[in-house]
Design a protein around this ligand. Structure first.
Ligand code: NAD
Length: 406
């Protein structure tokens, strides 16, 4: 069971965990870090009032994380499954108590327009298929939650945003770290000035890709993934640098190294490292690879302290280390089911009870930055201007609250 945390308790917990001196000097930041009163997403809804989801694509993430997460969801329920494998779809539906009418194929996808059980379509397909199935769902009158990265091209991302506007439906990109307690804790400490002015962000996100698995074979294909490790893991680091600093980079420079004799890297790059320059003067160093040891870490170095999250973006078991500050070195952070939380947040967006934290434009910003990184790397580190005027509409740290215990 998770308990909702009151605004006051969250405020006290954050104050207790941060430097008293730094906190005292940042009264304005303290009030800004308190989640908005509009946040309703720990409400448990009766079954009949839960928002119904169709899960599109029954692969590793859908089967191992998303469908099991409905057991922990408070305002969201599984309503349908969409798959190209009828036997698998029937099995998954039966295991989850869904009737045969809740099983869809890609061919009869549009039938969901007349299915009131489905309010949100959650796209969990290979990246290159996100745009088509998002747009088809929007045209069928459904809201869409789409996995990251939102698409493989900027044009597709723009078309998805336009389709949502035209259909007057919500499009949210599934950045689960926006709802993850450790990431939120780091954001709040940075906003509160607990480590002084943030100077450097470092993000390293990658692993060894296994081309013999169905989920990695498409990730190693440029057409299907839109960028190999950068599109799969690097995007977490790009997004993290932006939400940790709560500002947008104005310039990027990047390098890559790829061993073309490695059969995994016929069309995608292996190791990519980049640097973002931010208006505040902060710099972010990022790296990603599909040929280095599994790493999902980030750190923020400020004038007076350092916040290290290693691991910082796993589904569970993330760990925060606070350096250069009084107080706990490894503060206990609650663990939650991030997928349940993210779907419940989407459900509250649909209900009009929570603000949209990651609209299509948020995913598009990462697509643009991924392209700038690839372009710079292709030109041997040439600097590329990235100030396109995008500003995050809602700071997750200002609105997403966390439970006291999971
Ligand atoms: P996967 O390969 O395991 O699943 C993809 C599904 O799409 C499979 O069921 C596959 O059968 C189906 N599919 C339909 N047409 C296909 C085609 N032409 N080629 C290949 N597969 C096809 O991949 P996954 O790991 O479940 O990833 C799915 C999406 O979820 C990706 O966009 C990925 O980036 C995202 N993802 C997000 C997280 C997260 O933490 N938010 C984690 C893992 C994956």
């Amino acid at each position: 069971m998770t308990d909702p945390i009151s605004r006051r308790t969250l405020f006290e917990m954050t104050v207790a965990g941060a430097s008293a001196a730094a906190m005292a000097s940042s009264a304005t930041a303290q009030s800004a870090q308190r989640p908005a009163a509009s946040s309703q997403s720990w409400t448990t809804y009766p079954e009949g009032e839960k928002v119904g989801y169709a899960i599109v694509g029954l692969g590793k993430l859908a089967l191992e994380e998303i469908i099991p997460a409905f057991k922990h969801a408070r305002g969201s329920k599984l309503a349908a499954v969409v798959s190209g494998d009828p036997a698998k779809a029937r099995r998954v539906a039966a295991e989850n108590g869904l009737p045969a009418s809740a099983v869809y194929s890609y061919a009869d996808y549009e039938r969901m327009a007349n299915d009131p059980r489905i309010q949100v379509v959650y796209i969990v397909l290979p990246n290159s298929m996100h745009a088509e199935y998002t747009i088809r769902a929007l045209k069928a009158g459904k809201h869409v939650l789409c996995e990251k990265p939102m698409a493989t091209t900027i044009a597709d991302g723009e078309a998805m945003i336009a389709a949502a506007k035209q259909a007057n439906r919500k499009l949210m990109i599934a950045y689960r770290c926006h709802y993850e307690p450790l990431n939120l804790e780091v954001m709040r400490r940075v906003r509160a000035g607990s480590i002084g002015k943030p100077r450097m962000v470092v993000t390293n996100m990658g692993r060894q890709a296994d081309p013999n698995t169905p989920w990695d074979s498409w990730r190693l294909d440029m057409g299907m993934s839109g960028g190999g490790a950068l599109a799969d893991m690097g995007v977490y680091g790009i997004n993290a640098a932006r939400y940790l600093l709560n500002e947008e980079p104005t310039e990027v420079t990047a390098w890559s190294y790829t061993d073309r004799s490695d059969p995994r890297f016929k069309t995608t790059e292996d190791l990519i490292a980049w640097q973002f320059r931010f208006p505040s003067g902060a710099i972010a160093n990022g790296s990603t690879s599909f040929a280095y040891s599994a790493t999902v870490s980030f750190q923020v170095i400020g004038e007076t302290g350092r916040l290290v999250a290693d691991p910082g973006a796993f589904y569970g078991g993330n760990r925060l280390t606070v350096e250069g500050q009084p107080g706990e070195r490894n503060p206990q952070i609650v663990e939650i089911d991030q997928f349940a939380r993210e779907m419940d947040w989407m459900s509250d967006v649909v209900r009009g009870k929570a603000p949209m934290v990651a609209p299509g434009e948020e995913g598009l910003q990462d697509l643009r930055l991924m392209k700038a990184i690839m372009d710079s790397a292709a030109r041997g580190g040439a600097p590329i201007r990235t100030d396109w005027g995008y500003r995050r509409p809602v700071d997750p740290a200002a609105v997403v609250d966390v439970p006291r215990r999971a």
